[in-house]
Design a protein around this ligand. Structure first.
Ligand SMILES: NC(=O)c1ccc[n+]([C@@H]2O[C@H](COP(=O)([O-])OP(=O)(O)OC[C@H]3O[C@@H](n4cnc5c(N)ncnc54)[C@H](O)[C@@H]3O)[C@@H](O)[C@H]2O)c1
Ligand SMILES: O=C(O)[C@H](O)COP(=O)(O)O
Length: 390
């Protein structure tokens, strides 16, 4: 039986991928085999020694101490693209809120609760509606920063709305480049994107290189009257700089899924409670993907969509499987194979891959492995952990 600790509410559809005959699932366990979570801020010291894998039902993994997990040989999985459509739809709503007098218009109508004559009310609304006039999105330019799963979907949707789309992504993957319509104009640097766009939407991860990226300097490059949308992460944007840009009129509006107290109460700010991925569909998609990845890792050692380990899948063959994580330095694999050869154990199939400082091996064996042999493998210098899977 494997134990899976859930640190957020995970959709039932996802949990069903971890069947009861093999899994116990609970929000409290002293020694779980795996952790499933969403945005729960996980501290390295709260990851029990027994944990073999962490599954993030979502995209961003900045709430997980990924570096500490790598050092301990724990793969961290996420669910790339599984909530992208949900975020795309909310950003389209954000664009509508940023271009039309929707929120103040609704607030005004709701303030008329004291009126009881429908005719009078209709007359008043027709007189006052000019205060809530907006502009159309068609013909305006949208700048998309980060053209991955979400950014590329938004670029497509905005083109369909008749917008011009410019994009910036210095680390664009080949797959993401294929997904991108050729009419998205690629900008050489982020300053040019800020200078060109009427609406700017952020869809990049928070990394050391992107933390505080939208600062006073960058905002001074934007087109006066621009509308900025942040559905990526709070830390990417310097909020004080945004407030100063709003006060100067450099920015007309800031729409964000990451509210902080200093933004509350401003008419030029729209705040949402981090609901980009909060749809039934996205929650199911993310949970299913994360649970399936955890299941395949625990039962077969296979790795798909890890943010710190190499992707590696091997069809099962032989009697049992060794899954070994080690530091990515020479001679370790040779030592592992030497120990198995010495013990006269036949290797039926194997795969070895590395990613940055970590290497990972799946070795299918013709015979069984004793606990002494497992201990010998685990004690090899450079080996981080060894798992025997039957
Ligand atoms: N509001 C929400 O609920 C919500 C939901 C999902 C994701 N997110 C956030 O959105 C981010 C993006 O999600 P995704 O699914 O599109 O991820 P993704 O990995 O598919 O795309 C991210 C893109 O950002 C690019 N990038 C990296 N550094 C960059 C930089 N300096 N400048 C411009 N682009 C850069 C990458 O090359 C990649 O193409 C996530 O990391 C997460 O933080 C928020
Ligand atoms: O990175 C993500 O996937 C989003 O921020 C969603 O986070 P959530 O799962 O906590 O809604």
């Amino acid at each position: 039986m494997y134990k899976v600790l859930t640190l957020n509410q995970i959709s039932t559809k996802g949990l069903e991928r971890l069947p009861r005959e093999s899994y116990e699932i609970a929000s409290e366990f002293s020694s779980p085999d795996a952790i499933l979570l969403r945005s729960h801020k996980l501290q390295a010291e709260d990851i029990a020694k027994s944990v073999k894998a962490i599954g993030r039902a979502g995209a961003g993994t900045n709430n997980i101490p990924v570096g500490a997990c790598t050092e301990r040989g724990i793969p961290v999985f996420n669910s790339p693209g599984a909530n992208a459509n949900a975020v795309k739809e909310l950003v389209i709503a954000g664009l509508a809120l940023g271009s039309r007098g929707i929120l103040p218009g609704i607030a005004y109508v709701n303030s008329l609760g004291h009126m009881n004559d429908a005719g009078e009310m209709a007359k008043l609304l027709e007189k006052e509606k000019k205060r809530f006039k907006g502009n159309e999105l068609a013909g305006r330019t949208l700048g998309v920063v980060g053209l991955g799963a979400i950014g590329s979907m938004i670029a497509n949707a905005a083109l369909n709305l008749g917008m011009e789309v410019v994009g910036y992504d210095p680390a664009l993957s080949v797959d993401a480049a294929w997904r991108l319509p050729s009419s998205v104009k690629k900008m050489e640097n982020i300053n040019s994107l800020f200078a060109k766009a009427d609406y700017i939407t952020l869809h990049l991860p928070v990394l050391d290189s992107t933390r505080g990226m939208v600062n006073a300097d960058l905002l001074s490059a934007c087109k006066p009257g621009c509308c900025l949308l942040n559905f990526a992460r709070e830390e990417i944007v310097n909020v004080d700089a945004v407030i100063a840009a709003l006060d100067k009129g450099q920015l007309r509006q800031f729409i964000t899924d990451f509210p902080v107290p200093s933004l509350i109460g401003r008419e030029d700010v729209v705040l949402m409670p981090h609901i980009g991925a909060s749809t039934d569909e996205a929650e199911d998609n993310c949970a299913v993907m994360a649970a399936e990845q955890i299941d395949d890792f625990l039962k077969n050692g296979n790795i798909k969509n890890s943010v710190n380990f190499p992707n590696l899948q091997l069809e099962r063959s032989g009697h049992c499987r060794l899954a070994i994580a080690n530091h990515n330095v020479p001679k370790i694999l040779g030592s592992i194979l030497g120990i198995l050869a010495e013990a006269n154990i036949n290797i039926v199939d194997m795969l070895n891959k590395s990613r940055n400082e970590i290497a990972y091996n799946l070795i299918d064996l013709g015979g069984d492995v004793s606990s002494d042999l497992l201990a010998e493998l685990a004690a090899l210098e450079g080996v981080i952990n060894v798992r025997l899977i039957h």
